[in-house]
Design a protein around this ligand. Sequence first.
Ligand code: GLV
Length: 287
Amino acid sequence: MPGLTVRHWPDAGDTAAIRYLAAWAPPAGLLASLPNLDLVFSVGAGVDHLDLAAVPAHVPVVRMIEPGLVRGMVEYAVFAVLALHRGMLGHIARQRQGTWGDADPVTATPARRIGVLGLGVIGSAVAARLVSFDFTVAGYSRTPRSIDGVDTFAGDANLAAFLARTDILVNVLPLTDTTRGIIGTATLARLPRGAGLVNIGRGGHVDDAALLAALDSGQVGGAILDVTAQEPLPAGHPFWQHPRVLLTPHIAGTTDVGGGAAAIAEQILRHRRGDALTGVVDRQAGY
Ligand code: GLV
């Protein structure tokens, strides 16, 4: 954007001149030092790391929607679902033990029921891509959605039915006061025995103790976790060594610098023209 002056904190210069802030987790007090803000951009898809209460009510907060991030999330979800579908955690464990395992019976993809928890921009793209592998795919969201080839469930009353038909659960929810801890004992117990879990949402969605108990009882057969409640995961946490947990360090989807800059520039131009913005956070809902 020729003509746009970009300042990189902490070299903020005259803070009264700053109209737009792009940030992940702004340091305490930074927002209060910018009296003339028009927009706040999250450089990630989530906004749970932003203190929304510190952003003046008249300043819209815009979350990151850009193709590179979505592509990464879809790619990781496909990898993780295929890994659980083909029993890769068992194969890895047997390799480590030097054991040539028996061939596990292969389940055909149409017989494998995937459930995508959260059908926003990312969840919808994940669900659509999994359909292309011929999995039987359902999705759950707070408000009703419609996606080609995906059986959609909406609202609290339908969560149990969604879980009961889900062999591999893929969490893509935003972290809010409503969704925190949603993957706990009750949710895990509703899944069919031996179900798989993929978490690419936030660690705060999962009750770690409940997941460990479900893994140890066989209620959950394997978990692929890209996010944990505390990041980095503390040394000694049972997830590190668990034979049926595959852990990655919050790398599923990252904002592409070029794509992210283009997305922010587009929103600034819209704002200047007085057009509606996309990806504005609903402060009430928290995402
Ligand atoms: C990453 O976790 C993001 O919110 O983009």
